[in-house]
Design a protein around this ligand. Structure first.
Ligand code: FNR
Ligand code: LAC
Length: 359
């Protein structure tokens, strides 16, 4: 078997390792998948303006996010149900993140418990929170994440209800026997009566997740732990400003990988407005469609402090567990190093808006 040389080849290979139900769940977007595709297309609309005759014999990729050092400006986005890709699931992802020196954000809906993932050497881990209707359950999640040493709470704000992913509906998506959301229940499957002709996850959200959440609930959330708050799923400058007023230390510009509101703006297109609105008062991160080192370069040039990758991590996991995830990170690292050298940027601080032109 020839090993993949880029993230797209990983996806192709991963498809052969996954059930159709799992591959469809991982890869799909909402409705017509317009936003899913536009997340990628947005990167092709941005052109680079490389600088010549700069000493690029040493490229430095290190940076800081929320005061912690990262080996490169990359993080692993929260993604549910990673044991569908590999038996080690989130543990394998956490190990690869620790070795690479990047932050992993663990999903509320992980298939390994947050405590088990925290056993992987002292990594830089954040916990992604879904606020359930059951406030006691939500409080317990936050308290457990804090106790287990997670360094920030990543509050996902773009999913009051689950986006309609029609492939999951067609497949009546559910978890196979033996897998369950390990932070929530000791039962198998999604622990809900599965509705015929519907995705089990959509039903889960409708029953369990609080669609009435608003800004006024944030004081309550902040009272639960001293963890810094990062808002994930912001697409407008005014919302970003409000998030900062409510104490956000970080903003993830994201449309959930095109899985929520189809037709929503590509995250890269939303980035400049948000960077301008936040005006340095919080760290701005971006996810959605990052597949090449040049994509990271473009996002940084448009003002992101770092980027998160989603699906490619699952492709790495499906192909070869921890090794595959490590390889995904390494491929992006090599590509970013080359892209910076060819652009005349030896350090991340050399990357600024003069490097890009948006058409
Ligand atoms: C996600 N995403 C996500 N986000 C979140 O806040 N909580 C979650 O549990 C999940 N679960 C999840 C599962 C799967 C299978 C995918 C693909 C995505 C969204 C994720 O964090 C991120 O925003 C996108 O995946 C980024 O886009 P790319 O890199 O996949 O294009
Ligand atoms: C998803 C949810 C779980 O995107 O965030 O599938």
């Amino acid at each position: 078997m020839i090993s993949p040389i880029n993230l797209f080849e990983y996806e192709e290979l991963a498809k052969t390792h996954l059930t159709k139900m799992a591959f469809d769940y991982y890869s799909s977007g909402a409705w017509d998948e317009i936003t899913l595709k536009d997340n990628r297309a947005a990167f092709t609309r941005v052109k680079l303006r490389p600088k010549m005759l700069v000493d690029v014999s040493e490229i430095n990729l290190t940076t800081e996010v929320l005061g912690a050092s990262l080996q490169l400006p990359l993080m692993i986005a929260p993604m549910a149900f990673q044991c569908l890709a590999h038996p080690d699931g989130e543990i394998a992802t956490a190990k690869a993140a620790v070795s690479a020196g990047v932050v992993m954000v663990l999903s509320t809906l992980s298939t390994k418990s947050l405590e088990d993932v925290a056993m992987v050497d002292d990594g830089l881990r954040w916990f992604q929170l879904y606020i359930h209707k059951d406030r006691g359950l939500t409080r317990a999640l936050v308290e457990r994440a804090y106790a287990a040493g997670y360094k920030a709470l990543c509050l996902t704000v773009d999913a009051p209800v689950l986006g309609k992913r029609e492939r999951d509906q067609r497949n009546e998506f559910t978890l196979p026997p033996g897998l369950h959301p390990a932070n929530l229940t000791k039962m198998s499957g999604l622990d809900i009566p599965q509705e015929k002709g519907e995705s089990g996850l959509l039903t889960y959200f409708a029953q369990q997740i609080n669609p009435a959440l608003t800004w006024k609930d944030l004081e309550w959330l902040k009272s639960l732990s001293p963890l810094p708050l990062v808002f994930k799923g912001i697409l407008r400058g005014d919302d970003a400003v409000r998030a900062v007023e409510y104490g956000a230390q970080g903003i993830v510009v994201s449309n959930h990988g095109g899985r929520q509101l189809d037709g929503a703006i590509a995250s890269l297109d939303a980035l400049p407005e948000i960077v301008a609105a936040v005006d340095g008062k919080a760290e701005v991160l971006l996810d959605g469609g990052i597949r090449r080192g040049t994509d990271i370069l473009k996002a940084l040039a448009l003002g992101a402090k770092a980027v998160l990758i989603g699906r490619p991590v699952l492709w790495g996991l499906a192909v070869s567990g921890e090794t595959g995830v490590a390889d995904i990170i390494n491929l992006l690292k090599e590509e970013l190093t080359t892209a910076m050298a060819l652009s005349g940027c030896a350090r991340l601080e050399d990357i600024d808006s003069s490097l890009v032109i948006c058409r």
